[in-house]
Design a protein around this ligand. Structure first.
Ligand code: ADP
Length: 160
């Protein structure tokens, strides 16, 4: 049987334990998981792309996944990787509209593409990178929301 590969795209600015939870679940469902960090300058990321990739690499140590980065259209990146499955994480209801739109547009652009959604653990339902950055900028403790290497990087950015 052919190897089942999935691409998990995102800004990962920075990667949180919610993302890691989704990644762990994906490793049980797919033979190969590619985490694809997008440059996404529109979002004005706190961490530059190289740093975000390094933080993801540190956070997924020990897991059988590949970490990569891309800019431009996701469907073109997926085509280049010969992959037709995209993975997205779902949290509370507010994620749905945006994800539905993105998946529908991607399918229009590349009808072979399927987007699959994995639900995170309930404890990460409310968690996103924005709240983590806000907390860290106010010297709040983010240790229960992000992997250790990310917590250290945030201290480096916002530490007094
Ligand atoms: P993007 O900017 O593409 O939305 P993100 O890095 O914010 O990228 O998120 C990447 C994916 O991970 C998205 O599908 C998002 O819904 C999902 N995600 C983010 N945080 C969590 C979380 N706490 N639990 C589950 N999925 C999450």
């Amino acid at each position: 049987m052919a190897e089942r590969t999935v691409i998990y795209p995102g800004t990962f600015d920075p990667i949180t334990l919610g993302h890691v939870d989704v990644i762990k679940r994906a490793t049980k469902l797919f033979d190969k998981v590619i985490i694809a960090v997008t440059t996404n300058p529109k979002k004005k990321p706190l961490f530059p792309i190289d740093e975000r990739v390094k933080l993801v690499e540190g956070a997924v140590k020990g897991l059988n996944v590949e970490v990569d980065s891309f800019d431009g259209l996701l469907v073109d990146y997926a085509k280049g990787k010969n992959c037709t499955v995209l993975l997205r994480g779902l949290r509370e209801l507010s994620d749905f509209a945006g994800e539905f739109q993105q998946a529908t547009v991607n399918r229009k652009l590349h009808p072979e593409i399927e987007t699959v959604f994995v639900m995170t653990s309930a404890k990460y339902f409310y968690l996103n990178s924005t709240v983590v950055k806000e907390l860290a900028s106010l010297q709040g403790n983010v240790d229960c929301f992000v992997p250790e290497n990310v917590s250290a990087a945030l201290k480096g950015k916002f530490g007094k």
